[in-house]
Ligand binder design. Structure first.
Ligand SMILES: [Ca+2]
Length: 567
């Protein structure tokens, strides 16, 4: 409005005979000037009021990061900057991805729809074309007046995000990709690394928007600790090889059905692993190679932590720590030798569980004073290594599909309604639910009837080279998994890849792990439970989540009578 009025004024005065109409022009000028000043004042007051009420969002997403972090009670891993964020945040200890692989998980949590609704189980389709024109999390913030910015790997690249990271739907400006990423698998002629460039770009963007009247939604997707572990070598010094141990359960469990196992082809196909001439599909990796893989993964976590620290310090530096919501999470986990596996691609906790840390100033911690530093950078090489003690843990089950409605709630955006089934024709809805109430009512945090759901596809009951990541047309079986605070229960059922629908009555295999006695999920007691009646019951259930709930409701009666579960 300001620019328009000035422009009109200049145009009009230029077209007048100045000698004759000077006094008239001056009157007009005065009127316009006063109108301008008045409008600017009104606008400014409005903007100040609106700005002070609207929180920015900084969404930090690591790639393939399981919660091997100090703030998740890991004794070995050094993550001082993420721990510092956790110390002023709510830390969700039972947060799970909906499918343990990049593309499907990211599209799922960025649209708040489960894989059976995005119809993306591989990397080969774009949901807007293949499933439905679903509104994304950043798109919703953009529609509500936010400047939305993407740095690094937020959407999975390629066709899964239309070769554009879903720009312009989701983002106000074209997403940033670090130039060094194309050298990820070769030498580094640019003398830098993608996550170093990501952090620098994120800091630059924060500086550019710090005084803006428009709130921002900045998503930063790190490339690590995803393989290859190309990181600055000094981080390895934090983890002397003699301090590294094997996974607590490095062998393939005896009662694990074949369909539940994944042969970790991406590690197997590395040149150095090929040279080991391992047998397919189980052939264990030599112990020293296992230790070095774990060492490199942990070092990659510390490297990501340092980049998180640089970005969070910028929030302090630019005065944004008191009006920015921060989320730190990952797309899924990674098996570091547990069950004899080295990858994601499964329904186990090591593959599906993710870190989820949410900071809202004034809610998860007191508002910082203007001069107070909330996120001073901690140099991991100088860190005293004091154990993490603060922070607020939330044990209740939450899912990554919950993040979208929760962030809307925390930012004060209009509520997103729950999706009906099916919801292919509905652009905006959520298959998750907001967990924002947990920030205000901590006593509600543990609910044994609350579940998290994940799923994983397979091409066959047998273990094949494409068992890790089958293309949609090759999927024949889907493993639907339900996780409560007490157990993980998975059924592998027939699946139609054309309709993207399971046949819940055609069960190929099942898994049941009772976590109190079996926290690493190695002792499958599925066959020991009486299941035939449960399977008859589920035929009446149209939705797989309802089916699984029926399974466990039925089973839990038996468990309670046998005192496997408390009543
Ligand atoms: Ca990933």
């Amino acid at each position: 409005m300001h620019l328009t009025l000035n422009h009109r004024f200049e145009t009009e005065t230029q077209n007048k005979d100045v000698g004759i109409t000077l006094s008239f022009a001056m009157k007009i000028m005065l009127i316009y000037t006063w109108v301008n000043i008045w409008m600017l004042l009104v606008l400014k007051q409005h903007v100040v009021a609106e700005r002070s009420e609207r929180f920015n969002v900084l969404y930090l997403i690591a790639d393939d990061l399981r919660p091997t972090l100090g703030c998740y009670s890991d004794k070995l891993v050094k993550s001082p900057n993420i721990d510092q964020l956790a110390s002023v945040s709510s830390v969700f200890r039972n947060a799970f991805a909906q499918q343990a692989v990049c593309g499907p998980s990211r599209v799922s949590f960025l649209t708040s729809r489960r894989p059976d609704t995005t119809k993306l189980y591989d990397f080969n389709s774009y949901w807007r074309v293949h499933a439905g024109n679903y509104t994304t999390l950043p798109q919703y913030f953009k529609a509500n007046g936010y400047t939305t910015l993407s740095v690094g790997k937020v959407f999975h690249p390629g066709i899964a995000s239309n070769h554009s990271d879903d720009y312009p739907y989701s983002w106000s400006v074209p997403p940033y990709h670090p130039p060094s990423f194309k050298y990820e698998k070769r030498k580094m002629p640019l003398g830098t690394l993608p996550d170093l460039e990501n952090a620098a770009e994120a800091v630059r963007l924060l500086q550019s928007v710090k005084d803006s009247v428009t709130p921002f939604f900045l998503a930063v997707g790190f490339y690590k600790p995803h393989i290859p572990f190309r990181i600055p070598q000094e981080y390895l010094k934090l983890y002397p090889i003699e301090n590294i141990t094997l996974a607590p359960d490095p062998d393939v469990p005896k009662k694990l059905p074949d369909v539940a196992y994944n042969p970790w082809m991406d590690i197997r196909q590395r040149e150095d692993v090929q040279a080991l001439n391992l047998s397919f599909p189980h052939g264990p990796i030599p112990k020293d190679f296992q230790l070095r893989t774990r060492q490199h993964y942990f070092a990659s976590v510390s490297y990501v932590d340092a980049q998180v620290g640089r970005i969070l310090q910028a929030l302090d530096d630019f005065g944004l720590a008191n009006n920015t919501i921060v989320v730190f999470s990952s797309d899924h986990g990674w098996s570091l030798g547990e069950h004899g596996e080295w990858a994601k691609y499964s329904n186990f906790d090591v593959a599906t569980r993710v870190p989820l840390i949410v900071y809202k100033p004034g809610v998860t911690s007191p508002l910082p004073a203007p001069t107070e530093k909330t996120f001073p950078f901690i140099d991991v090489f100088q860190d005293t290594g004091e154990p993490f003690t603060k922070g607020r843990f939330i044990e209740r089950m939450v899912e990554l599909v919950d993040v979208f409605p929760t962030l809307c709630s925390l930012a004060g955006l209009p509520r997103v309604h729950h999706c009906p089934m099916p919801s292919f024709n509905i652009e905006l809805c959520t298959e998750g639910s907001s967990f924002a109430q947990l920030f205000f009512s901590p006593e509600r945090d543990l609910n044994p009837e609350r579940y998290s759901y994940s799923q994983y596809p397979r091409p066959s009951e047998r273990i094949q080279e494409n068992s890790d990541l089958p293309d949609l047309q090759d999927i024949r079986i889907m493993g639907y998994s339900i996780r409560s605070v007490d157990y993980r229960y998975t059924v592998w059922v027939s699946f139609d890849p054309v309709l993207c629908q399971p046949n819940m009555t055609e069960v190929h295999a099942g898994e049941l792990y009772l976590l109190a006695e079996d926290p690493w999920q190695d002792n499958n007691v599925y066959e020991e439970m009486e299941l035939s009646t449960a399977f008859r019951k589920i035929r009446t259930q149209p939705v797989w989540m309802e089916s699984l709930r029926s399974h466990v409701t039925f089973l839990s009666i038996g468990w309670k009578s046998k005192k496997i579960l408390g009543s």
